[in-house]
Design a binder for this molecule. Structure first.
Ligand code: NAD
Ligand code: IPM
Ligand code: MN
Length: 352
C-alpha cells in the first residue's frame, strides 16, 4: 500500500505531522510512504508548484494525502507558477472529478457552531462537488479592450458527460445515506447551470429511489444557515461547491474540522485511487505558531484509509478517536479552546 504525502505550505507541514503520527499508530503492515513537494515549497526548490517528480509520485501511489498550498509571497507570480496550481494540476491530471466533502455535527460541539445549537445539531450532509470543470478550467485571460480598458475573463462551461458522471456519484451517495439529493445551480441565469439541471434530471431516471430537488445557489447559501438539517446529499459544480463547503464548515464549528476526498475512476488493488485533503488552506495567518487544528487532516487520512485502501475498521477507529477528543473538550483556538496542534494530536493518539 503506497501513500504519497504532500505537506505543502503554511500549516500544511504542521497538520501533516499529526496525521503522520496517527498513521504510524495504526501500524499498517506493508505500508510504503513517499513524501513530495507541492505548492510554494516546490516552487522554491524546483521552480514549479507541481514538479514532474511530484506528479509521478502521485501516479505511482494508491492514494495521496495532501496538506495545503498557498503562500502570500507567491501571489504575484504568473498564474501557472502559483502554489494553487499544484492542487488544480493534481486534480485534473489525475482525473479526480468527484470531491466528497462531508459536514456532520460532532456531539458536544453544538455551542461552537456559528448557528444556534438546536439548528446546528441537525447537520449531517455531504457536499458532492464537481472538481475537473466549470469556470476553474475554462479559458481565462486578462486583455486590453479596443478602448484601452483592461478586462479579465474566465469561461464557464460544463459538458454533459462531465455533469452525468458527477450526478451518478451523487445519486449513489444518496442511496447509501437518507436517499435525498439536492442539486444546486444557478439555472435561472446561467446556461452552464441549465445544462447541469437538465442532465441531473435525466440521470435521475436511473435512481427512482432517490428524492431529487433543485435549488438556486443563493437560496442554498441561505438555507444552509437557516436549516442545514434539511440537506442529505448536495451535488454542485466546482465553484459553488468550493464556496458552500467553507460555509458548511462554520455551521459545524470550524474550517479546521472538514475533510475531503477527491476521487476518479482509477481502481487500485485496494479501492479507488484518490487524493485526500482538508477543505481549508495554508492559513498563513497562523502558520508556524503550532495553533492549527489538525482534525481536518486526520479525518482526511481516515477517508483515505476507507476509500483507497479498503480499511473501513481503521478509518472508523480514527473517526471515533477524533469524535471522543472533541467530546472531551480538547479544542484548539479555532473552537474556543487552548490546545495546540500537537496537543490535539496527542489527545487523538491517546484515544486511538
Ligand atoms: P484558509 O482556509 O487558509 O484560512 C482561512 C481562515 O481559517 C484563516 O483565518 C485561518 O487561520 C483559518 N484556518 C484555516 N485552517 C485552519 C485550521 N486547520 N485550524 C485553525 N484555523 C484554520 O483560507 P485563505 O486564508 O483564504 O487562504 C490562504 C491560502 O491558502 C491562499 O493562498 C489560498 O489560495 C490557499 N488555499 C489552499 C487550499 C488547499 O490547499 N486545499 C484551500 C483553500 C485555500
Ligand atoms: C479548495 C481550495 C482550492 C479550490 C484552491 C486552493 C484552488 O479553495 O480546495 O477548496 O478552489 O478548489
Ligand atoms: Mn476552498
Amino acid at each position: 500500500m503506497k501513500i504519497a504525502l504532500f505537506p505543502g505550505d503554511g500549516i500544511g507541514p504542521e497538520i501533516m505531522g499529526e496525521a503522520r503520527r496517527v498513521l504510524d499508530a495504526i501500524d499498517l503492515r506493508g505500508l510504503v510512504l513517499f513524501e513530495g513537494d507541492v505548492g510554494g515549497a516546490a516552487y522554491r526548490r524546483y521552480g514549479h508548484p507541481l514538479p514532474p517528480e511530484t506528479l509521478d509520485m502521485a501516479k505511482a501511489a494508491d492514494a495521496v494525502l495532501f496538506g495545503a498550498v498557498g503562500d502570500p509571497a507567491c501571489d504575484n507570480l504568473e498564474r501557472h507558477l502559483r502554489p494553487e496550481q499544484a492542487i488544480l494540476g493534481l486534480r485534473s491530471q489525475l482525473g479526480l472529478f468527484a470531491n466528497l466533502r462531508p459536514a456532520t455535527m460532532f456531539p458536544g460541539l453544538e455551542d461552537m457552531s456559528a448557528l444556534r445549537p438546536e439548528v446546528a445539531s441537525q447537520i449531517d450532509l455531504l457536499i458532492v462537488r464537481e472538481l475537473n470543470g466549470d469556470v476553474y478550467f475554462g479559458e481565462k485571460a486578462m486583455r486590453v479592450l479596443d478602448d484601452g480598458r483592461r478586462q479579465g475573463y474566465d469561461f464557464m462551461s460544463y459538458a454533459e458527460d462531465e455533469v452525468r458522471r458527477i450526478a451518478h456519484v451523487a445519486f449513489r451517495a444518496a442511496q447509501g445515506r437518507k436517499g435525498k439529493l439536492c442539486s444546486v445551480d444557478k439555472a435561472n441565469v446561467l446556461e452552464t447551470s441549465q445544462l447541469w439541471r437538465d442532465v441531473v434530471i435525466e440521470t435521475h431516471a436511473e435512481y427512482p429511489d432517490v428524492e431529487l430537488s433543485h435549488m438556486y445557489v443563493d437560496n442554498a447559501a441561505m438555507q444552509l444557515v437557516r436549516n442545514p438539517g434539511q440537506f442529505d446529499v448536495v451535488v454542485t459544480g466546482n465553484l459553488f461547491g468550493d464556496i458552500l463547503s467553507d460555509q458548511a464548515s462554520m455551521c459545524v464549528g470550524s474550517i479546521g474540522l472538514l475533510a475531503s476526498a477527491a476521487l476518479g475512476e482509477r481502481q487500485t488493488d485496494f479501492g479507488t485511487f484518490g487524493m485526500y485533503e482538508p477543505i481549508h488552506g495554508s492559513a498563513p495567518d497562523i502558520a508556524g505558531q503550532g495553533k492549527a487544528n489538525p482534525m481536518a487532516m486526520i479525518l482526511s487520512l481516515a477517508m483515505l484509509l476507507r476509500h483507497s485502501l479498503g480499511l473501513e475498521a481503521e478509518a472508523a477507529r480514527i473517526e471515533a478517536a477524533v469524535g471522543k477528543t472533541l467530546e472531551d473538550g480538547v479544542l484548539g483556538a479555532d473552537l474556543g479552546g487552548s490546545a495546540g496542534t500537537s496537543e490535539v494530536g496527542d489527545a487523538v493518539l491517546a484515544r486511538l
